[in-house]
Design a protein around this ligand. Structure first.
Ligand code: NDP
Length: 460
């Protein structure tokens, strides 16, 4: 399916009007609008070209959440003082399955950020081809500098409200920034107390309490499998010897680094909220294992790595995009690659950009990369491995059975391969190039749209 490279004036006007309409209904939500505009550019002209979709006004419906829950979370700190935070759960659509998406605990969390993440999740979850709806949640709670006991009390207080809105067939949260398997353990412990045994209502659990093997690694590993597919398809060889710069030093970044290293790539950088490290020799297994251990302690800066390894340099308050590379993997947070960063990366030889984080690249930077012939894999395709294995965790919980690491890894590789295939199918341009962003948007949309149209037919 070849996609038109340029839009007619009528199409451009229709997109602008659509985005304006969304802006009127959702003012003051820049991240949400950014995510909608990025999807609308590809999907709205497609919707207008399919009579059933146009008539059903699919995209208008998908930009309005089924429901949004905003709640107070009251907890006590170690000094006995009452603290108050704001919790969110955005249930976007359950057309394909229970609402599904992670929980983010970070001081920057607000409604716009949770809505953008929930919106992205629609297309990502659809691309996995698993029965997963879309949602996202979190709180403006900052885990940094908090004791374990404070984190536990916060998670318990958060679940006191959240449990009213989730369930294995209703809404199944997981982790995201600031929510790892430890926090999921506290959240699930509270759910168990409130409602009894229901492992299928949360994913990202550790295997001892019903989690899936390989869930921890899934997003990072899946990202690398996706990059391998891209390289293979474009005749660019394998990862062996390729220079990779990575941002982030959390779940996604560290497991992406681990898998890329296993494939023979050279990992030159990692970053966190304090700055980035650059290793001219490339990180090896020992250094990476040390960093994994270091970063498992909350609030520790990557700067500490340099006290042990003298060849590694630390750049305070900076991002790693000035380092020459073949492949860039942004794995920290949204909007971390600006147009200036994109120029730097292209000048330094970057040929592939694959998003481990959600929306880490600003729209002008994506356009610039594409103009320069850099292959850009959007997060909704490239980081879908995490939610895919969460889907497999739900399957295992429902079967009361577990699959081996090898089984899960096989499924993960197959799912990433299928996602890549869909991007190719829907992202092939008239000149033969592949626009992965467009491919992922349209493929993700198409499955949801088909389901919505069919169900409306059933409902008459
Ligand atoms: P983690 O909390 O494990 O790690 C996040 C990393 O990014 C940390 O190193 C953190 O630094 C850094 N970081 C966070 N915010 C900022 C910021 N504003 N500026 C600079 N650095 C920052 O999160 P994950 O690895 O789970 O998530 C990373 C990204 O991947 C997010 O966009 C998330 O939505 C996305 N994602 C995650 C999935 C998952 O399965 N976990 C699935 C799909 C997408 P520090 O260590 O200093 O806090």
């Amino acid at each position: 399916m070849a996609v038109m490279t340029s839009l007619s004036e009528r199409e451009q006007r229709a997109i602008m009007e659509f985005i304006e309409e969304v802006r009127r209904v959702h003012p003051h939500e820049p991240e949400f609008l950014q995510a909608v505009a990025e999807v609308a550019r590809d999907v709205y002209p497609y919707e207008l070209s399919v009579p059933e979709y146009r008539e059903a006004r699919i995209l208008h419906r998908l930009t309005e959440a089924d429901r949004i829950v905003i709640f107070r979370v009251t907890w006590r700190d170690d000094q006995g003082r009452i603290r108050v935070n704001r919790g969110y759960r955005v249930q976007m659509t359950n057309v394909l399955g229970p609402y599904k998406g992670g929980l983010r605990f970070h001081p920057s969390v607000n409604l716009s950020i949770i809505k953008f993440l929930a919106f992205e999740q629609i297309f990502k979850n659809s691309l996995t081809t698993l029965p997963l709806g879309a949602g996202k949640g979190g709180a403006d709670f900052d885990p940094r500098g908090k004791s374990d006991a404070e984190i536990r009390r916060f998670c318990q207080a958060f679940m006191m409200e959240l449990h009213k809105h989730i369930g294995r067939y209703i809404d199944v949260p997981a982790g995201d920034i600031g929510v790892g398997s430890k926090e999921i353990g506290y959240l699930y412990g509270m759910l168990l107390q409130l409602r009894g045994y229901e492992p299928g209502a949360l994913t990202g659990k550790s295997p001892e309490i019903g989690g899936s093997l390989l869930r921890l690694e899934a997003t990072g590993y899946g990202l690398i499998y996706f990059v391998e597919e891209m390289l293979r398809y474009h005749g660019e060889g394998t990862l062996e010897g390729k220079r990779i710069v990575i941002s982030g030093a959390g779940n996604v970044a560290l497991y992406a680094a681990e898998k890329a290293l296993e494939k023979g790539a050279r990992i030159l950088t990692l970053s966190d909220s304090t700055g980035f490290i650059y290793d001219p020799d490339g990180l090896d297994e020992e250094k990476l294992a040390y960093i994994q251990k270091l970063k498992s302690r909350r609030g520790v800066s990557l700067r500490e790595v340099c006290t042990r390894y003298r060849t590694i340099q630390f750049y305070s308050g900076k991002r790693p995009w000035s380092v020459p590379c073949d492949i860039a993997l942004p794995c920290a947070t949204q909007n971390e690659i600006t147009l200036d960063d994109a120029r730097l990366l292209v000048d330094q030889g970057c040929r592939v950009l694959a998003e481990g984080a959600n929306m880490p690249t600003v729209p002008e930077a994506i356009e610039y990369f594409q103009e320069k012939g850099v292959l850009v894999a959007p997060g909704k395709a490239a980081n879908a491995g995490g939610v895919a294995v969460s889907g497999l965790e739900m399957t295992q919980n429902a079967m009361r059975w577990w699959w081996s690491r090898q089984d899960i890894d096989r499924h993960l590789q197959e799912i990433m391969r299928r996602i890549h295939e869909q991007c190719i199918k829907y992202g092939q341009m008239e000149d033969g190039r592949i626009n992965y962003v467009r491919g992922a948007n349209i493929a993700g949309y198409d499955r949801v749209a088909r389901a919505m149209v069919q169900m409306d037919l059933v409902l008459g």
